[in-house]
Design a protein around this ligand. Structure first.
Ligand SMILES: O=C(O)CCC(=O)C(=O)O
Ligand SMILES: [Fe+2]
Length: 356
């Protein structure tokens, strides 16, 4: 569990540039990592035009007509890359009220019969033919966020007294990006309509989220220790950054993947999470053992009040690699895709409740 935070800290990455201010940054980052699991970063050095181009592209992309969206529907893709309509994804057993386009850095489909099934998550994107400019906007954005993620990981390592390159050995060559649209809800209806239900991020090592609507549009909330939902409002020129489940496992719970959700509201909302990918071949043993002496034996970085307790579907589940557990999550969230491309394992995955 995370500590009983009431707000989300803002970490100024420009403090890293001077030896005079770097210690302050590392101290604040350490606190955010070990006590909250959620933070904003500012002065992140992602070029403004790359962010603005993406923000401007969102409303245009989502006004494609249903046939144009259908052309790139997720159901075409064994890599779970493409468009999914409102209500087609479920989180915590309830349909989410959001539509989304999922992309990744462009990779060839090298999977063949006999290779590990999770390798099939890697592959090319589907690009909507009626919005040809979206491709370069998304590709530039993924490129910048990949770099930001790497810069950030070096700071995280330093804040946790690890070698700056240590955390890179867990990364995948695939990073995924979702462009998300939450339609407005009727204000007279239930105020707690689920945009996306309570969850810990399962796809990434770290998540870097652009809240792409004006500050007046609310929705994102993080859960603190006493079960209160804390607003994570839009702050201009920041990214919201949060820990994924694999990172919680590898750090033995020193750094928690904090539960969060989005409520849909009276205004539509756009957001863009970038999921820094975790290597699919990562086994449970590697995940647990690689940094064990650092986090458990030396008790470094374990100042979070409750110590380390890890709540992980990956560890609880019966699948040995991160890739397999990620594939299972994808299949359970998008069953039509699972049934079509993963028929051999589909029933096993959807009927297996050994992890959620
Ligand atoms: O839309 C948001 O602000 C957050 C979305 C999210 O948590 C997710 O897609 O994992
Ligand atoms: Fe999330």
């Amino acid at each position: 569990m995370t500590s009983n935070f009431k707000s989300i800290p803002v970490i100024d990455l420009s403090l890293a540039k001077s030896p005079l201010t770097r210690p302050k940054l590392l101290q604040e980052l350490h606190h955010a990592l070990t006590c909250i699991g959620f933070l904003y970063i500012t002065n992140h050095d992602v070029p403004q035009d790359v962010i603005l181009d993406l923000k401007h592209a969102l409303p245009i992309l989502f006004t494609l007509n249903p046939a144009e969206k259908e052309e790139v529907v997720l159901h075409n893709s064994p890599h779970f890359l493409g468009y999914s309509q409102v209500g087609s994804e479920t989180t915590a057993g309830v349909a989410d009220k959001r539509e989304q386009f999922e992309f990744a850095n462009e990779l060839p489909d090298l999977w063949r019969e006999g290779h590990p099934l999770h390798e099939r998550l890697k592959g090319p994107n589907q690009w909507p033919s009626q919005n040809p400019s979206i491709r370069s906007v998304v590709e530039k954005y993924i490129h910048e966020l990949t770099n930001l993620g790497e810069r950030f990981l070096r700071l995280v390592a330093e804040a946790l007294s690890l070698d700056p390159e240590t955390l890179f050995s867990f990364l995948s060559e695939q990073h995924r990006l979702k462009l998300v649209h939450y339609p407005a809800s009727d204000p007279s209806s239930d105020p707690n309509i689920q945009g996306v239900g309570p969850h810990k991020d399962s796809s990434g090592w770290w998540t870097f989220l652009l809240q792409a609507s004006p500050p007046s549009v609310k929705g994102l909330q993080a859960l603190n220790k006493t079960g209160e939902w804390i607003d994570v409002p839009v702050i201009e020129d920041t990214f919201v950054v949060n820990i994924g489940q694999a990172f919680e496992v590898v750090t033995h719970g020193a750094c928690k993947a904090t539960t969060h959700r989005v409520l849909s509201g009276p205004s539509e909302r756009y957001s863009v999470p970038f999921f820094q990918g975790v290597r699919g071949s990562l086994t449970k043993t590697e995940a647990v053992e690689t940094l064990r002496s650092h986090f458990v034996m030396q008790k470094i970085a374990l100042e979070a009040s409750e110590g380390a307790s890890v709540d992980s579907a990956f560890l609880r589940g019966k699948y040995n690699t991160w890739g397999e557990s990620q594939l299972r999550t994808k299949i359970r969230s998008h069953r039509d895709v699972g049934r079509k491309f993963y028929a051999d394992v589909f029933h096993g995955y959807v009927n297996d409740d050994s992890s959620n």
